[in-house]
Design a protein around this ligand. Structure first.
Ligand code: 26M
Length: 818
């Protein structure tokens, strides 16, 4: 008889082949005798999905059986990128698939290129969420991710005449084999309406009579762990019109209009907001947040109630993590559920609620914190506004008892901001209601304690923790850099580093071995070749593999100072032009690579992109300069572009003004790939230096403590002559578009230079010169490269997740044994 324990699927190449062909014929409905690369990819993906589903089921049956405490990771953004290679690698059947496909006349890598990115997020926060999911699965934690299934992901960036244009990313156009639509897992989400007080068994209770109802449908995305059967779930919600009919409209005969109105409700999960800076109090964004929160909490509470009948057990069974303030309406929603629907009474509900939330903030400055106008919230969610007022008034009472009538401090700490636009301070709400407040690096956390949330830190010092970010070595080495992966396993004598990145320190033992160094160099060269080919196809620029590949890829922001990089390139060009032929021979050739998206409404960031193209146009077409300097802008930077660019970089720049980058995770990916860093002492770089030693990277610029003082000095800053000269060149139209660039130049003019480009320029050039000097000693460079990768173990998201699990969420691993 068939044994259920064995499962259905076999993983030998023959069985895989049969399954792929099965999907060609029956899922794709193409003939198994004739199908193209895209159809082959889809069939392949479906065969992988089958394997994921089986593991997903077994994992969840086991979680349920063991009644393990669950973590629910709530995030409005996940940047998952592609799934095929990652899944196959984590399932451990890469070689079998390669063989199966070869016999069918296909190459795995070619088919993998057919997949588009899932770009359901903006930048650092969203990619970090994806890395955390990979680590949660790999480390066997009983976790679920919740997010939104935007139909339009982050816009595609195209460049026309040097200007960024945004195009919609309708990523679901060709179907998405990685999701499972759960048409029966749906919840009603309500909006608007009024709150009425009614008599219930002699007691007055508040009842929300909502106006509009929308349905949330679950789409499950299995997340496989590496080296374990555990496969966890990322549940994304999509909005669908509710089946509750607007009876009045039907009765009055307005059938067509009522159908049209139903369609509008779907808009809620339509589009990801592409601005990762400003919280503009847009109604649709608030709707998205509540839609997400309401569906997720209904799902979580339903699951809890299936196994438990007493809400007192909630804190032992459920940890809710707020990934920034975006899902913080969860606090008001769960109070509403417990008080209004489960009739627990306010104080009992509150005692439960303040034990289950933890909160991570990814922002540094107070101006960057999210606020929601009270009027907007009151009309969309009238009952929630009452609850927020009640939470605040209780908090204010408690605070007065502790600190007395210090009205300034009380008003700073209030969840409600009185002002021209009365607003809810989402960070204050999250701090008041969470048991733990996390920063994303040591310096970030210090800033939170001493500046951003000083008042709260003084009140509740024990709530504040820091858990430095990390990235998953599965995606950022194993998937994206297979040659390095093989080399690491060979010289470490084990593949165990894939689950335990601390083992990478073992590379230090081989740093003096010449054959190791030679192989290391060859791997880098191979990756540079791959990148050079990509650059040529994307931009038509031919680059020399002997040049130093110097990369800055990340969202375009003034504080990240891409402009400092471009000014450095202009300075380099200017020096080359004024150098005699003999001196030029000693110059290290550079390929400067910049990539990243600007928020559509962020004019200065868009001007930076245009300036980059203007400089590239001039430099790259200057025959006199040749291979000594090239500048390329890589369009549409996303996860899969990062997978190609990062392994091919010699040097990478992380040059934010100190005190502005909460953590930064790009640097960790470059570090893992043996790329040297040129950086300021900001965010996680400070901790990277602790691991790597300051001799093995190129550090420059004002320190966090110096920045405030420099700003105060303002006009008296010592800005080097070279900076003024570069600025003059741009202002004078040396790179064209003279008028267009004036306002960009104004932002760095003495007295106005908030991000301190001028005062850091001197030390920036020195750091660049030090990098040049190191590059001409290949042995020294390779050693530094090896030591960089060797120091990257601490920056694995496995370490991050373990810290959160043990200290913050208090959850235990739960490995599916069968
Ligand atoms: C807010 C309102 C409306 C629409 C979007 C937003 C929004 C979305 C993303 C605001 C901020 C968002 O992301 C912030 C972010 O990515 N922060 C980065 O987080 C990383 C992970 O912790 C850190 O490494 C970076 O330093 C930090 O900038």
């Amino acid at each position: 008889m068939f044994s259920l324990m064995d499962g259905f699927l076999k993983n030998d190449p023959f069985s895989l082949q049969k399954d792929i062909l099965h999907h060609v014929e029956y899922t794709m409905a193409r003939s198994r005798f004739s199908f193209d690369d895209y159809e082959a990819y889809q069939a392949l993906a479906h065969s992988v999905r089958d394997r994921l589903i089986e593991r997903w089921h077994d994992t969840h049956i086991y979680f349920k059986k063991t009644k393990s405490k669950r973590l629910y990771f709530l995030s409005l953004e996940f940047l998952m990128g592609r799934s095929l290679s990652n899944s196959v690698i984590n399932l451990g059947i890469q070689d079998q698939y390669a063989e199966a496909l070869n016999q069918l006349g296909f190459e795995f890598e070619v088919l993998a290129e057919q997949e588009g990115d899932a770009s359901l997020g903006n930048g650092g926060l969203a990619r970090f969420s994806a890395c955390q999911m990979d680590s949660l699965a790999t480390l066997d934690y009983p976790a679920w991710g919740y997010g939104l299934r935007y139909e339009y992901g982050l816009f595609r960036q195209i460049i026309v005449d040097g200007f960024q244009h945004e195009q919609p990313d309708y990523w679901l156009n060709f179907g998405n084999p990685w999701e499972i639509e759960r048409i029966h897992v749906t919840y009603e989400v309500k909006f608007n309406g009024t709150v009425e007080e009614v008599d219930m068994n002699g007691e007055k209770v508040k009842v929300w009579i909502p106006g509009e109802t929308v349905e949330a449908v679950a789409y499950d995305n299995p997340i496989p762990g590496y080296g374990t059967k555990n496969t966890i779930n990322l549940r994304l919600w999509a909005a669908k019109p509710s089946n509750q009919f607007d009876l009045e409209a039907y009765n009055t005969g307005d059938y067509i209009n009522s159908i049209v109105n139903r369609q509008n409700t779907e808009a809620i999960s339509n589009v990801l907001y592409p601005d990762d800076r400003s919280h503009q109090g847009k109604e649709m964004r608030l709707k998205q947040q509540y839609f997400f929160v309401s569906a997720s909490l209904q799902d979580i509470i339903r699951r809890f109630k299936e196994a438990h009948n007493n809400f007192d057990e909630l804190p032992e069974q459920v940890a809710l993590h707020l990934n920034d303030t975006h899902p913080s309406l969860s606090i008001a929603e769960i109070m509403r559920i417990l008080v209004d629907e489960e009739h627990l009474g306010w104080s009992k509900a509150w005692n439960i609620v303040n034990k289950i939330f933890s909160f991570t903030t990814h922002t540094v400055v107070a101006e960057g914190l999210e606020k929601i106008p009270v009027d907007l919230l009151g009309s969309l969610l009238p009952r929630h506004l009452q609850i927020l007022y009640e939470i605040n008034s209780n908090f204010m009472e408690e605070l007065k008892k502790k600190i007395g009538l210090d009205y300034n401090r009380l008003s700073r700490m209030s969840i409600i901001e009185e002002g021209a636009v009365k607003s809810i301070r989402m960070a204050n709400l999250s701090i008041v209601c969470s048991h733990t407040v996390n920063g994303v690096s040591k310096v970030h956390s210090n800033t939170l304690k001493t500046k951003t949330f000083k008042d709260f830190y003084e009140l509740w010092p024990e709530k504040f923790q820091y858990t430095t970010n990390g990235v998953t070595q599965r995606r950022w080495i194993v998937v994206s850099n297979p040659s390095l992966c093989a080399l690491l396993s060979k010289w470490l004598g084990t593949e165990a580093w894939i689950r335990n990145a601390d083992l990478l320190t073992g590379l230090r033992d081989h740093v003096d071995n010449t054959s190791f160094r030679h192989e290391w160099k060859m791997v880098k060269r191979l990756n540079k070749m791959r990148l050079a080919e990509y650059i040529e196809t994307m931009s038509g620029v031919k680059v020399s593999l002997d040049a130093m590949f110097d990369v800055q890829v990340k969202r375009i922001h003034e504080y990240k100072r891409q402009l400092l990089n471009i000014f450095g390139i202009i300075h380099r060009y200017d020096c080359l032009k004024n150098m005699d032929k003999n001196d030029r021979r000693k110059v290290v050739p550079r390929v400067c690579i910049i990539g990243g998206k600007a928020a559509p409404g962020y004019e200065i960031a868009k001007k930076i992109i245009k300036l980059c193209h203007a400089v590239a146009e001039k430099v790259n077409n200057d025959a006199d300069i040749g291979d000594l300097l090239k500048l390329v802008f890589i369009p549409d930077y996303n996860v899969s572009v990062a997978e190609l660019v990062i392994p091919g970089a010699d040097l990478s720049q992380h040059i934010s003004t100190a005190g502005h980058e909460a953590s930064g995770t790009g640097s960790m990916k470059f570090l893992m790939n043996g790329c040297l860093l040129l950086a300021t002492a900001d965010g996680s770089t400070v901790e990277i230096i602790e691991e790597l030693g300051s001799d093995n990277l190129f550090l420059f610029g004002a320190k966090v403590e110096e920045v405030a003082e420099l700003r105060e000095k303002g006009g008296a800053l010592k800005v080097p002559l070279q900076f003024a000269r570069v600025l003059r060149m741009v202002r004078d139209g040396y790179f064209g578009d003279k008028d267009y660039f004036q306002s960009l130049c104004d932002t760095v003019e003495v007295g106005n230079d908030f991000y301190l480009l001028g005062s850091d320029f001197g030390s920036y050039l020195e750091a660049q010169a030090a990098a040049d000097k190191a590059f001409v000693e290949p042995d020294k460079w390779i050693k530094m490269s090896i030591l960089s990768a060797a120091a990257s173990g601490r920056f694995s998201s496995d370490r991050t997740i373990r810290e959160y699990a043990e200290r913050t969420w208090k959850i235990d691993p739960c490995q599916c044994p069968f």
